[in-house]
Design a protein around this ligand. Structure first.
Ligand SMILES: Nc1ncnc2c1ncn2[C@@H]1O[C@H](COP(=O)(O)OP(=O)(O)OP(=O)(O)O)[C@@H](O)[C@H]1O
Length: 390
């Protein structure tokens, strides 16, 4: 492991901001990133991700709330520590590498100028250490134009690490790479973040990046937190249909009824039933609904298959993208190895636990305690709240 400075937890307390007198771009964000862990901030365009990052970076001043690194208040309304005094390193979407500088000078830039200035000897050994750590050997004398996209991003990361920051900020760092390289860099970054052990904030609109890289995921919708949970919880028990959709559960159907049996949700559609993960009530206010991931659904005639009719079938190379209608409950998207014709009658098989299901009434609890039954059906946030209240 390369030598990083002692890191610290990052805390956001009731953080909010508005641009001028406009609507709040971010409101009431509360979270803690434990020392050495990575928090992904996930959400679609305009949800407030960049605003949050800019507040943590000290590029904006909050309208309300605070940003703390360890016990140090970095930002509060009317008082902001300027970016160069925050002990942070930042990696940008467009790399932001100076085109006229060579790799070694880009990496060492923060050690040549400003508050982290060091001797030429120290700078040289730190740059050499980072060149080795980020596999940039042999490229030290190149300029950015002479590097591949992945190499440029590794130079940007090395530059961010040079001053041994206590906090790392990533602003959609992989979104300019093609999809294959993005996948490779995602794996590389996940390993890197674990080896570094530096507290990090990672902004992205890509759910697979957030799930792969982060210890915790903060999902933002219109400037507010909709879920702050582990990647497994966000995927396994999304807080709302909106989060389920964001997490790749691309089909939504409305069952005739949802019940909860032994902690699992059972949805009834027509005369058929299927089982999924019980997510409690949709915090976004949506009614009972089942969300399905295309990978968890296939065509087949096994017992319990839902009767469906093919709406469309499009060849996509590795598979056919097939959409089927399940009566009046809605349509479901799936991938099939063979083509189908619109109007074909088919059966739909759903993997056990392949659906996330909102709503539903708990079966009567044997002790007659609605509280106990609610604990079973509630999502993780609800159970956490209950545990705190007990
Ligand atoms: N300089 C600005 N002046 C006024 N409103 C702004 C400004 N910057 C952002 N906003 C607004 O604040 C809200 C949050 O924007 P923000 O840039 O934080 O979203 P984002 O999630 O980062 O989006 P993207 O993924 O497109 O970058 C949006 O409604 C946006 O229109």
């Amino acid at each position: 492991m390369i030598d990083q400075r002692h890191t610290a937890p990052l805390r956001l307390r009731g953080l909010g901001m508005r641009y001028g007198t406009g609507a709040w771009a971010l409101r009431g964000v509360d979270t803690t990133v434990p020392a050495g862990r990575t928090l992904a901030v996930l959400g679609p365009s305009g949800c407030g991700k960049s605003t949050l990052l800019r507040l943590v970076a000290g590029l904006e001043t909050p309208g309300e709330g605070e940003v703390l690194l360890g016990d140090r208040v970095l930002s509060a309304p009317g008082s902001t520590v300027s970016p160069e005094f925050r002990d942070m390193g930042m990696v940008f979407q467009d790399y932001a590498l100076w085109p006229h500088l060579r790799v070694r000078d880009i990496i060492g830039y923060g050690l040549r100028h400003g508050v982290h200035r060091t001797s030429a000897g120290e700078r040289g050994s730190r740059v050499a250490e980072l060149v080795g750590f980020l596999r940039l050997d042999g490229l030290e004398d190149r300029r950015p134009a002479e590097l591949s996209g992945g190499q440029r991003q590794r130079v940007a990361i090395a530059r961010a690490l040079a001053t041994r920051p206590r906090l790392l900020l990533f602003d959609e760092p992989l979104s300019n790479l093609d999809s294959q390289l993005r996948g490779e860099m995602r794996e590389e970054l996940a390993l890197l973040l674990r080896r570094l052990g530096t507290t990090a904030l990672y902004v992205t609109h890509d759910v697979s990046e957030a799930l792969a890289l982060a210890d915790r995921v903060l999902v933002l919708h219109e400037g507010r937190t909709v879920q702050d949970a582990s990647p497994e919880e966000v995927f396994g028990r999304p807080a709302s249909g909106w989060v389920a959709d964001l997490a790749g559960f691309s089909s939504r159907i409305e069952p005739d009824a949802v019940t909860v049996e032994d902690g699992r949700a059972v949805a009834t559609v027509g005369g058929s039933r299927f089982v999924g993960r019980a997510c409690g009530e949709d915090v976004g206010g949506g009614g009972p609904a089942a969300y399905l991931h295309p990978e968890a659904v296939r065509l087949g005639e096994g017992p319990g298959a839902l009767p469906a009719v093919v709406v469309s079938s499009v060849f996509e190379g590795r598979h056919h993208r097939v959409r089927v209608r399940v009566g009046s409950a809605g349509t479901v998207l799936l991938h099939s190895v063979s083509p189908h014709r619109p109007g074909d009658r088919v059966g739909l098989e759903i993997e056990p636990d392949g659906a996330v299901i909102f709503g539903g009434t708990a079966e009567p609890h044997p002790l007659g305690s609605t509280r106990a039954a609610q604990n079973q059906v509630g999502g993780p946030e609800e159970r956490h709240r209950d545990a705190l209240q007990r």
